[in-house]
Design a protein around this ligand. Structure first.
Ligand code: P5A
Length: 440
């Protein structure tokens, strides 16, 4: 992508309305734009990051055996009347009427709709276990939308729903998602801690929130320090191994971790002074097992091996991609801007032409740009005629992991400079060596 042809409306000043660093940086870099309270457009730079986050979530959901579908944002109120949640959900639910005056709503979550899909087509235990997910917009009319896309009214959610014959099977399905979440957040460059949590309007009594520790987090959390050293389940994890996944779950829940709603002060105080962590956190995921809470009122049953009808045991599993993007920024930035983990960076590298219009600089940059693109890299080429200082500041601000700097002096010697955004380390290489290094 040539910067001269890209759409990246960078703000010179810090936006006044932004209270936390991620919101400030997302506005300044032109990643997002507020359209109305708690409702955002994702501009091209932000969309690139969001798509990469979604791709990782998707890969890990698929690896764990979940199957993707797509459900609509608008739902009929009837389904929610069946489950009994239509009244319960209160003012957070945006209620709409269509031209026939039928009550509709903008879905805040999809337990009812997926249960309806399930009951209309699954009749036998032989189709189980089943886990269906989508990545779709949700709407919650939050009392206090704030911090940009961290807590917005319209937001993206990956929501998965599992169906099993028995409670024991459902716990295995729960553990699959638990492990998939550990892997997902790790690949996003985050250390997420699973914590016992309140289940709120979703229901059930077995639930974990995945929390990123951050000073700007909205939740107060309490946990043991040892989480930082726990191993992340490997890529070749056997998701069919009931014992294997249970062992991982047991390990990750063996030490104290709870959000303020579930906090047990006595248990926390029994942890040694130096081992305790009381901090603030950002909830980036939440998983639930709620048994037959929806299958019972909605009549979602299958025939079991005994020939009898059984209500299915269900769970649901949410991740907030549009919250994850600011959460990653909260965890990874410095005074000059964002520092993207390579896995979600909007571009793998930025080629900075320090003297656009200079023939040697131009041709070197074109060569680098073509070579990196041909190797399948996402490259931003700063071909604008801005001052070098402005270009460096922009490159730092938008946080692309590697900067390839082509200035007249180096280019005359057949060289370019590589700068690592995270460490600030610089090295001068021949153009050939730079291409080899970046495409290796
Ligand atoms: C689980 C999947 C659910 O809704 N039903 C389907 C269950 N859980 S949840 O905890 O309420 O939400 C799941 C995740 O969505 C993100 N999220 C938000 N992101 C941005 N703005 C919001 N207002 C918002 N509300 C929820 C969170 O990451 C949450 O963990």
């Amino acid at each position: 992508m040539r910067l001269s042809r890209f759409f990246m409306p960078i703000l010179k000043e810090n936006p006044k309305e932004a209270e936390i660093v991620s919101h400030r940086l997302m506005l300044r870099t032109g990643m997002i734009r507020q359209q109305s309270q708690g409702i955002y457009s994702w501009l091209p730079l932000g969309k690139r990051v969001l798509d990469k986050v979604n791709a990782i979530i998707r890969e890990e959901q698929n690896r764990a055996g979940a199957i993707e579908l797509s459900m609509p944002t608008l739902q009929s109120a009837e389904l929610w009347q069946e489950s009994g949640r239509y009244e319960d959900y209160g003012k957070e639910m945006l209620r709409i009427r269509d031209r026939q005056d039928r009550p509709m709503l903008y879905g805040p979550t999809n337990e009812e709709m997926i249960t309806d899909i399930f009951r209309s087509s699954v009749k036998s235990y032989k189709s189980l276990p089943l886990n269906l997910y989508h990545i779709q917009l949700k709407f919650r009319d939050e009392i206090r939308p704030r911090f940009g896309t961290m807590r917005s009214r319209e937001f993206l959610m990956k929501d998965a729903y599992s169906f099993d014959l028995t409670q024991a099977d459902a716990i295995h399905s729960y553990n699959k998602m638990f492990v998939a979440y550990l892997r997902t957040f790790d690949r996003l460059g985050l250390r997420a801690i699973p914590m016992r949590a309140d289940t709120g309007p979703i229901g059930g009594n077995h639930s974990h929130e995945f929390i990123i520790l951050a000073d700007t987090g909205e939740s107060e959390v309490f946990c043991h320090k040892s989480f930082v050293d726990f191993d992340i389940p490997a890529v070749d994890t056997d998701f069919d191994s009931v014992e294997g996944l249970q062992a991982t779950f047991d390990k990750w829940t063996s030490v104290y971790a709870a959000t303020s709603e579930m906090h047990d002060a006595a248990a926390f105080d029994s942890i040694g002074e130096g081992e305790r962590l009381s901090a603030r956190g950002i909830e980036v995921g939440h998983i639930f097992y709620f048994g037959t809470k929806y299958s019972e009122p909605m009549g979602a049953k299958v025939q079991g091996p005994d020939g009898k009808e059984h209500l299915v045991h269900m769970g649901s599993y949410g991740i907030g991609p549009t919250r994850l993007v600011p959460a990653i920024i909260e965890a990874s930035h410095d005074e000059n801007g964002i520092i993207w983990p390579a896995s979600v960076a909007p571009f793998d590298a930025v080629v900075i032409n320090m003297k656009a219009g200079d023939q040697a600089c131009d041709s070197t940059c074109e060569r680098l740009y073509a070579a990196l693109q041909n190797a399948g890299k996402d490259v931003l080429y700063d071909d604008t005629d801005d001052r070098a200082g402005t270009k460096f500041a922009t490159a730092d601000l938008i946080g692309v992991p590697v900067q390839v700097i082509a200035g007249p002096r180096a280019v005359a010697a057949g060289e370019v400079e590589l700068k690592d955004r995270k460490t600030g380390a610089r090295e001068t290489l021949t153009i050939e060596a730079a291409i080899n290094k970046l495409t290796a």
